[in-house]
Design a protein around this ligand. Structure first.
Ligand SMILES: N[C@@H](CCC[C@H](N)C(=O)O)C(=O)O
Length: 293
């Protein structure tokens, strides 16, 4: 670390959901919305779907995060590419865990990390990194039970809105069961789909196609980013919604979810919790001149 303008960074991805990790082990850096936007910019910055500051949990500004410090010494301070703060990022947790291990900040195969969405358990399984994402819920369980759906999603160029189900994974998701007549690859996700009722804090939208037994394909439009090649919380939401529509409200087997950037595994855990597992890669290390952003 030369000075306050030259800063180390690492670039990583989980099934091509990519992140700039900014180590701030002494809690000296304020990665605000503007800095996150600049770092994530794919032309004038390093380029990423999200920015992750690696900081001691005890140094977090939010009291609710500092309260996790005893169990989870490292805090994943996450922002989307547009600078907005998100409660959780599933692939981010797995890439963050890979970084903590590589840097020797965590040594065991199992440890816990702090996120704005609470403490998350990490388990390293060879090449796979699994995150216990914690408890999940349908936003409107009564409507889910009655109709299977609670909202409508309309995409650019779409003839009619599609039925969808809202799932909370710490952050908000709206999962669409794609009609048989629609080709997943052909849907235009250039712009954010319109969701009704309008979610007050925005939402991530997942489009799902069933491929086989406990096997789906998914595309996602992420809140604060745009279409990405993977979204870990979205993959969990998609598997949970599809399992529910298939009559298995608490999934009893592993689900395989194919996204444009690869393949992830979703497993139900006791206590209405869900686990996400897949690869995570750290692909480059460098320094960035923060004053030039
Ligand atoms: N890519 C992430 C989700 C990141 C946050 C999301 N865009 C939001 O605003 O909720 C994942 O892997 O879960």
């Amino acid at each position: 670390m030369a000075d306050m303008t030259t800063w180390r960074f690492t670039k990583g991805h989980g099934t091509e959901n990519d992140f700039v990790l900014v180590p701030d082990l002494d809690a000296r850096l304020d990665v605000d919305a503007e800095m996150a936007r600049s770092l994530a910019d794919r032309r004038a910055g390093i380029g990423a779907d999200g920015v992750i500051r690696v900081v001691p949990t005890a140094s977090a500004t939010e009291e609710s995060v500092r309260a996790m410090a005893e169990r989870a010494p490292w805090f994943m301070d996450y922002r989307n590419a547009d600078g907005s703060v998100a409660e959780m990022c599933g692939n981010g947790t797995r890439v963050f865990a890979a970084y903590l291990r590589r840097e020797g900040l965590e040594g065991a195969d199992e440890f816990e990390i702090a996120t704005r969405g609470g403490i998350k358990g990490i388990r390293i399984e060879g090449e796979m990194i699994a995150t216990n994402m914690g408890r999940w819920r349908f936003l409107d369980p009564d409507r889910a039970a009655a109709d299977g759906f609670d909202s409508l999603v309309h995409v650019d160029g779409g003839d009619e809105p599609w039925s969808a189900l809202s799932v909370d994974l710490g952050n908000p998701h709206t999962v669409v069961a794609l009609p048989e007549t629609v080709v997943l690859a052909d849907v235009d996700l250039t712009r954010a789909p319109h969701v009704k009722p309008d979610p007050s804090n925005g939402t991530n939208v997942e489009l799902v196609r069933v491929l086989g037994d406990a096997h789906i394909a998914m595309r996602v439009h992420e809140r604060g980013v745009g279409e990405t090649r993977s979204c870990g919380t979205g993959v969990c939401a998609a598997a949970l919604a599809t399992s529910f529509w298939a009559g298995d409200a608490e999934p009893t087997r592993d689900w395989t979810v194919d996204v444009p950037g690869g393949r992830l595994r979703v497993r139900a855990l006791p206590g209405h919790q869900v686990e996400l597992a897949g690869p995570a890669a750290l692909i480059a290390d460098g320094t960035v001149d923060l004053s030039a952003l």
